[in-house]
Design a protein around this ligand. Structure first.
Ligand code: HEM
Ligand code: FES
Length: 442
């Protein structure tokens, strides 16, 4: 029987049969392996590097050839969901976390030339940076800045954006390098901005109180056409964005100081969204530095209706903080409410819990790529039918999950959050159980 050696965790497992892909084998052995599109050859998150045993893998099929060509992969990179194993191989998984998935967009950006794309741009500035640096020791400052970059970078990544640059006290996020409509890209940037505001409040409340400091941020968001590409010396090409919308965004951000605001949007962004999506606190008119015309700037308060994606994102920290404990609490509840399902699971509930949490975190990240997510959920649904999971078990799982989230979040849990999870789990269940409707036989 052929064996796969996962080198980074030094685990060797047997492949069930010649029809099992490498991804099937990872799932069977409960080895976390990202597969956003559910093994359909579309997302490339399951990619692996083959260390040895290339000759024992099935050749690249059409889907894999297309991905490899577009992304300029060398022959050692393979899609785990598309290749089958005929003899022993040694492999490494290449994408480790959902946060890394956005970076994959960069692979489709041209080398040495630039292409024009419609993108939303977000500038976030740490407003009191100079005063804070003068008040703290370099060591404390480095720690605080690291935390600042992490908590403010996450909302960019979770909303399908890429972190373009850190410039001193500023973070720049870009949305839409991989495509997407104006509405999607603007919504992603706005969610990121609101997520950053929430993250900074939490950072101030919980982590920085011992430093006697509070961070204040100003955010500017704009939308426009800019040139993107990997430019520079042939030996040192860098992802680069060039265009007027970038400079304009920087100037919009700078207006936060004058207007005493936190998040300012350009008219391009507001016009890109359906009417009444946003709650706007005030509108300013301003001639931006170096520009002749007057710009309308909108101070963002939030969404008019609770936004499911943003609510789910805000609870992710609590859920993933202590994954194993969370999963254990959750499964205990499920087995108490529906003892019959215990028999469907294997013995290793710790590994099972890890996979579930991996998948839940991944689902929240993938909400901004709904087409891939739907594909992934349908495949997960198909496997669940094979595991013996009946549709009536899904509401039990939904209720137990929401109860566990409520317990973990304590006083930070809100009705709004509960209803967002309810809505999300309704969507997940519908996709997992309706895959036959989505994929009629034949
Ligand atoms: C919210 C929806 C659900 C999600 C996101 C989810 C997620 C997962 C994941 C990621 C796995 C690992 C294997 C794989 O990727 O195929 C898995 C396995 C499994 N799930 Fe779910 N699941 C859900 C609902 C349910 C429900 C309602 C049940 C039934 C009570 C269930 C029972 C199982 C069983 C029996 C396995 C296989 C365990 C084994 O092989 O030992 N799941 N699930
Ligand atoms: S390409 Fe393999 S899981 Fe999406």
């Amino acid at each position: 029987m052929a064996q796969i050696h996962y080198t980074s965790i030094n685990q060797v497992v047997e492949v069930q049969d010649e029809f099992s892909s490498i991804l099937d084998t990872s799932i069977e052995h409960k080895i976390p392996h990202l597969h956003e599109c559910g093994g359909n050859g579309r997302c490339t998150t399951c990619r692996i590097r083959v260390i040895s045993g290339h000759q024992n893998l099935s050749p690249r099929n059409m889907l894999e050839k297309q991905a490899a060509h577009l992304r300029k992969w060398d022959p050692s990179v393979r899609l785990a969901c598309q290749c089958h194993v005929k003899g022993d191989v040694q492999i490494q998984r290449l994408v480790w976390s959902s946060a890394e998935v956005n970076k994959l967009q960069l692979e489709t950006i041209p080398e040495g030339e630039a292409e024009e794309r419609n993108i939303a741009i977000l500038f976030c500035d740490l407003r009191n940076f100079t005063r804070i640096t003068s008040q703290h020791m370099a060591f404390d400052m480095a720690h605080m800045l690291n935390r600042f970059y992490t908590v403010l970078g996450d909302p960019i990544l979770i909303n399908n954006g890429i972190i373009y640059q850190y410039v001193g006290d500023e973070i720049i996020g870009i949305f839409g390098t991989g495509g997407g409509t104006r509405q999607q890209n603007c919504m992603d940037a706005i969610r990121a901005g609101l997520g950053m505001q929430y993250a900074i409040e939490r950072l101030n409340r919980f982590e920085l109180k011992d430093f006697d400091t509070t961070f204040k941020i100003g955010i500017g968001i704009n939308f426009g056409r800019a040139y993107i590409g990997h430019l520079g010396h042939p030996k040192h090409r860098q992802f680069t964005i060039v265009g007027d919308p970038i400079n304009v965004t920087s100037r919009i951000q700078a207006c936060n100081k004058e207007f005493q605001t936190n998040i300012l949007l350009s008219e391009q962004v507001v016009r890109g969204l359906p009417e009444n999506t946003l709650e706007i606190r005030s509108i300013f008119e301003k001639q931006l530095e170096g520009k002749d015309q007057i710009y309308k700037l909108y101070e963002l308060k939030g969404f008019t209706e609770p936004d499911m994606n943003l609510e789910l994102q805000s609870s992710l920290d609590y859920i993933l903080k202590n994954e194993e404990e969370f999963a254990k609490k959750f499964y205990d509840k499920v087995f108490k409410k529906a003892p019959a399902v215990r028999g469907l699971f294997g013995r290793d509930m710790v590994a099972q819990g890890r996979l579930l949490m991996h998948m839940l975190g991944g689902i929240v990240y993938s909400l901004s790529r709904p087409e891939l997510l739907k594909m992934g959920l349908r495949s997960l649904g198909k496997s669940h039918e094979k595991y013996g999971v009946k549709p009536e078990y899904y509401p039990v799982v939904r209720d137990c999950l929401i109860e566990t989230i409520q317990e973990e979040m304590g006083p930070d849990y809100t009705e709004q959050l509960g209803s967002a999870w309810n809505q999300a789990l309704g969507f997940i269940t519908a996709e997992m159980t309706n895959w036959r409707v989505a994929e009629p036989a034949g």
